[in-house]
Design a protein around this ligand. Structure first.
Ligand code: 6LW
Length: 567
């Protein structure tokens, strides 16, 4: 039987995919926003199996995001390969809460190898996010960008523009030329150009990154246009298809295989539908993308000089025929990180700045990750927090932590984090009676609470000894549940189950929620005494093989409950 590609190919927070092929190797770059290092790169040789090969922006002199707001930072990178090297353009957007206008400085970096090292960034203007670089066959290079127009009475999403880039000088030259105003769907962004058989194909994301999202294709025989729009306009979209498990589909780009087959990678989301919210509106409007925006792929055919989905129509499919290429699986990644290597594994991300020995050490206590407590979790500076993506609607994460807090101002443990206003955590701390305790805390829309307990004070459990303590969190689609154990075998739930849907792109203010839920470990020391916590492992495990988001109200008999009963 021929192979099938299972979507999403990059589950969890992996948005704005930009795909290329170099020889037999396919690469996808995705956005990382305020998480460091910047820009994830995945690699495949068969389009079925993907592995994370690393990041592009790994040094603070390439990317400094200290103090940045949530969902600012690295927007939609675009990858290309020309002149024997890799090129990556990106915008490092900030101050986006400052009103109608945005600051969107854009950059290009290059590398001989996809694994780096990548160069220092070269500025390529601003005025809009999502820049890409088009290398024409005559050797000239063009920055293709959207424009952001904050003026009253103007569409904020202005024209798509091109401007020549002089690579030798590292400078833009000539004028910015508007080439496409977008269709009536609006929010035209993410422009990239593909040249094929004498046509310039301009591919844009339209409709906004939410439920109306789409991939729009247009073409011209001249780079500067005029561009004619595809007969179907939006060659991919899931708007008006509320039963499609891959919602929000848009922001795509094309890639061919060495055998001449064509594919389209694109952004999607697999929302959870909160049954309480569901009663009040159409289904599509009540979904919560708790895993953020993910990457999927569709098979494409060319007819009459236009690309079309091979399955017909414009609806994304969960299963897609694989190309005629030898299967190339990668070794499976370990479920457990024992922190026994000298380098952090590339799944880990930190907030706004690199992990530095001064607060995150694999050497101070060998076989452990030591986090030295710094700011509280709502701060946009100095977070001693390490997290990885939640990739599955049903998962379990666990850690073992040795920690000797001396005051309620010192806390360390396990966290489920969307942004600095929306997170849940299980902390080890000390109470006013000098007991070592564990407690669940929550911040939703920036409002702090301690759930469970008597309503005044959240549920806490006294830990009788000072041995390392096991902490666990499970996600069962709509619900998180924290638990702890002194021996790793007998577990006690702590705190109530916690709704996962506020930790999603759609909760609260719809604008500027671009990331996804992460799970990780942290240490805070608001007294700034530098109290450390030693984590001896962290494990992450999927609890169900189903890649569709189950309906939230069908979850009562669940994989989590089955597994708990069996263990
Ligand atoms: C990105 C834009 C988009 O820059 O959302 O989905 C913005 N498309 O192209 C943030 O990811």
């Amino acid at each position: 039987m021929s192979q099938v590609i299972q979507n999403p190919i990059l589950p969890g927070f992996n948005p704005d995919p930009s795909v290329i092929r170099v020889g037999d190797d396919f690469y996808i770059a995705t956005s990382t926003f305020e998480w460091f290092p910047g820009v994830r790169i995945h690699h495949s040789r068969d389009l079925v199996n993907w592995r994370l090969v690393g990041h592009v922006l790994t040094r603070s002199d390439q990317l400094d995001m200290r103090g940045f707001n949530n969902s600012d930072g690295v927007y939609a990178p675009a990858l290309s390969h020309a002149d024997g090297k890799f090129w990556l353009t990106f915008s490092c957007t900030h101050n986006s809460r400052g009103g109608a206008w945005m600051s969107t400085p854009c950059y290009v970096v290059t590398a001989e190898s996809i694994e780096g090292p990548w160069s220092d960034p070269v500025a390529i203007g601003g005025g809009g996010f999502d820049p890409s670089l088009f290398h024409d066959d005559d050797g000239r290079k063009w920055v293709v960008n959207m424009t952001w127009d904050g003026r009253s009475g103007h569409d904020k999403f202005g024209d798509i523009v091109v401007q020549e880039f002089d690579a030798a000088e590292g400078k833009l030259k000539g004028k910015r030329v508007p080439i496409f105003a977008g269709t009536e769907l609006g929010c035209t962004e993410g422009p990239q150009i593909l040249k094929k058989n004498g046509y310039y194909y301009l591919i844009t994301a339209e409709g906004g990154t939410e439920w109306n999202h789409a991939v729009t294709v247009c073409r011209s025989t001249d780079l500067f246009g005029p561009y004619e729009v595809h007969p179907q306009k939006y060659i991919l979209s899931s708007r008006f298809q509320e039963e499609n498990p891959l919602q929000r589909s848009g922001h795509g780009f094309f890639v061919d295989t060495p055998n001449g087959e064509w594919y389209l990678t694109h952004l999607c989301g697999r929302p959870v539908y909160d049954p309480d919210a569901y009663a009040f509106g159409p289904k599509y409007a009540t979904g919560f993308s708790i895993l953020g925006r993910e990457t999927a792929i569709q098979k494409v055919e060319w007819r009459d000089g236009w690309p079309w989905l091979a399955c017909g129509g414009n609806a994304p499919q969960m299963e897609v025929p694989a190309p005629d290429l030898p299967a190339h699986p990668w070794p499976t990644t370990d479920k457990v990180d024992n922190f026994d290597s000298k380098q952090l594994s590339s799944q880990w991300q930190t907030l706004r700045e690199p992990a530095e020995e001064s607060w995150c050490s694999l050497t101070q206590k060998p076989g452990h990750l030591r986090l030295i407590g710094r700011h509280y979790l709502s701060s946009r500076f100095d977070q001693s927090l390490l997290a990885r993506r939640i990739e599955h609607h049903q998962m379990r994460a666990e850690t073992l932590v040795e920690y000797h807090p001396e005051s309620p101002m010192e806390m360390a443990g396990l966290v489920v984090y969307y942004d600095n206003g929306n997170y849940y955590f299980l902390k080890i701390t000390r109470d006013d009676s000098d007991n070592k305790v564990v407690q669940v805390c929550s911040s939703i829309a920036g409002v702090y609470s301690e759930p469970g307990g008597d309503g005044q004070k959240g549920e806490t459990a006294i830990i009788e000894n000072d041995d390392p303590l096991y902490l666990r969190v499970t996600l069962d689609t709509q619900w998180y549940q924290f638990s702890y154990s002194t021996d790793g075998r007998h577990w006690a739930n702590i705190g109530p189950r916690l709704n996962s849907t506020p930790l999603s792109d759609e909760y609260g203010n719809l604008i500027f929620k671009f990331t996804g839920s992460m799970v990780g470990i942290f240490a805070c020391d608001v007294n700034e005494q530098g109290r450390h916590a030693d984590f001896s492992h962290f494990s992450y495990e999927q609890l169900s093989a189903d890649s569709k988001a189950p309906e939230a109200n069908e979850l009562q008999v669940s994989a989590v409950a089955d597994l708990e009963a069996a263990s």
